[in-house]
Design a protein around this ligand. Structure first.
Ligand code: GLC
Length: 558
């Protein structure tokens, strides 16, 4: 065996620095989007009974925890991210009894449950908001949201120039109880999602109570929706530009990533720490830099934050190396694990992103070269699972599912699709119910139909078709996650040691392992790095060298 590698890192910098450790440090966390995972009652919509029935599948996949997108009582204006009652389950998903049974069964299987918490906004059907509207201007309940008189001679203009992330103004004018035009209210997302005023003590008290409610139910943590949005700059100042989209993600905005949010998370941390068993919080925080993301996971705040910079990185060795380094560097001073994520319910699946030319962003409408996309996606997933820290897997990516890019407009349900010039818009394509069986109604999703049409050929990508099939994407994920379990060094620590590699390739050492990635479109011959443990495409060593096929990742034991 040719070994031209430097000694692998020990991966113990966390312990050495005296930082916290816990199950979540290197966990593989699987995102379930409940409406599209499994339908227990055959109404075409996924539900908690469906998830419960499929827990053994998740156990077998080998993940540590399951994060469930919202299942709370909601008019579903934004697929449940518009919550009307934070302590109730929407009847379309089941009941609190179903949630209780799901949490218990998961724990019996050794799986942890993370629920989604949506604190930036409620539904416009939330009791507080309905009463605030009904009581009219001057209602004390209006102080729990951002109600303001309009500008212009008759208040006909919005109070400031902020725009909704989904497109259009971030303000909607109300109608007074007597039918006259009234004040405006702020909604950074859909008009059905009014933003809470987090300066109001009742809002903070309510969410501390909601946290306790779910912790008492036994959940292991929270994924905190729009964690960067809760606090708005004092006076709600104008942005001064109509090019808000350009600023988003590049700048601290008067409504995003304000320093005041951190006080909230410090207060939540004390609650989490009161409970036994390492309960965690994960920030969905879109910030301009990874360094600012690190602020959310300081030792007295949350435990993890999604690494969206990584998600948005093209399939390119140099760019990947840079984002891996900056991500690890940013988290090291705060002692938090880095997270890695390639897909979720808000972006085009990575098999389709990588099938298209780089630079198209994360909302893509063209299928691209599907074979290329799948090859790169498999390689990208194997790279992700070799990195130290915690990895997030979005339901269906373990099947190599592409985005459904040809959904007819009349089938679409994403609210941002219907509002012009929004940031998002094509999120339905990653939300199509997943295929479990080759044949049958909705390919085993449920006994009825499916709330978004599934493409023909979906059955060939099903769990049934891929289980036990040599070389299937599902078996690749199973093997990779099992290897992470069998060799805890693989996910541990906070360092990778880069090894020399030709242009377009990545090579790095982890304790006992080497990972090599060819991001180029052509095979490249390199020295054998050890014993092949796993590879995203077949590789054959030839004496001291090996030809790494195009777009392939190989794990070696050394
Ligand atoms: C988050 C969710 C997204 C939702 C938005 C508003 O970004 O992931 O699905 O639309 O928040 O709640």
């Amino acid at each position: 065996m040719t070994q031209h590698l430097a000694a692998p890192s020990t991966g113990t910098s966390d312990e050495a620095a005296g930082h916290r450790t816990g199950w979540w440090q290197d966990a593989v966390i699987y995102q379930v989007y409940p409406r599209s995972f499994a339908d227990g009652n055959g109404d075409g919509m996924g539900d908690l009974a469906g998830v419960r029935g499929r827990l053994p599948y998740l156990k077998e996949l080998g993940v540590d925890a399951v994060w469930l997108s919202p299942f709370y009582a909601s008019p579903q204006a934004d697929a449940g991210y518009d919550v009307a009652d934070y302590r109730a389950i929407d009847p379309m998903f089941g009941s609190l009894l179903d949630a209780d049974a799901l949490i218990r069964d998961a724990h019996d299987l050794g799986l942890r449950i993370i629920v989604d918490l949506v604190p930036n906004h409620s539904s416009d059907q939330h009791e507080w908001f309905k009463r605030a509207l009904a009581e009219g201007p001057g209602s004390a309940l209006r102080d729990r949201y951002h109600f303001r008189p309009g500008k212009g001679t008759d208040g006909e203009l919005p109070p400031n120039d902020w725009e909704s992330i989904f497109g259009g103004p971030a303000w909607t004018r109300t109608v007074n109880p007597d039918g006259t035009p009234g004040e405006w209210y702020l909604h950074l997302f859909a008009p059905e999602q009014p933003d809470f005023n987090w300066e109001h003590p009742a809002v903070a008290d309510e969410f501390r109570s909601i946290l306790r409610f779910w912790l008492d139910m036994g959940v292991d943590g929270f994924r905190v929706d729009v964690a960067h949005g809760l606090v708005k700059a004092e006076g709600l100042p104008d942005l001064g530009t109509h090019d808000q989209l350009k600023l988003l993600g590049n700048d601290v905005m008067p409504f995003f990533d304000q320093d005041g949010v951190h006080e909230i998370y410090r207060s939540w941390r004390t609650i989490l720490d009161e409970y036994p068993g390492d309960r965690i919080a994960v920030a969905e925080a879109w910030t301009p830099t990874v360094e600012r993301t690190a602020n959310y996971v300081r030792p007295d705040e949350m435990h993890q934050a999604f690494n969206f910079q990584y998600l948005a990185t093209a399939w390119d060795a140099a760019a990947l190396r840079e984002v891996i380094d900056t991500s690890l560097d940013a988290m090291r001073p705060v002692g938090a694990p880095t997270t890695w994520v390639l897909s979720n319910h808000d972006v085009t699946r990575h098999a389709t992103r990588f099938a298209n030319p780089a630079g198209l962003g994360t909302q893509i409408r063209t299928p691209g070269d599907r074979e290329l996309g799948l090859r790169r996606a498999r390689a990208a997933s194997l790279l992700m699972l070799a990195l130290p820290g915690s990895a997030y897997v979005y339901q269906g990516e373990e099947l190599g599912l592409p985005d459904v890019t040809d959904l007819p407009d009349e089938a679409r349900q994403d609210p941002s699709f219907f509002r012009a010039d929004g940031q998002d818009g094509f999120r339905d394509g990653c939300r199509v119910p997943i295929p479990w069986t080759r044949e049958g109604s909705s390919y085993g999703f449920g006994a009825g139909g499916s709330w978004l049409p599934q493409p023909t050929g979906w059955g060939e990508l099903s769990v049934e078709a891929q289980t036990g099939a040599a070389g299937s994407t599902l078996e690749l994920y199973r093997a990779a996650i099992a290897a992470r379990r069998a060799h805890p060094g693989l996910g541990a620590g906070a360092d990778v040691r880069w090894l020399e590699a030709p242009a377009g390739l990545l090579s790095f050492a982890r304790p006992g392992f080497v990972c090599t990635v060819n991001t180029t479109g052509a095979p490249v011959r390199i020295p054998v790095q050890g014993t092949v443990l796993l590879s995203s495409a077949p590789v054959e060593t030839d004496g001291d060298t090996v030809e790494l096929p195009a777009d392939t990742t190989v794990w070696w034991t050394v």
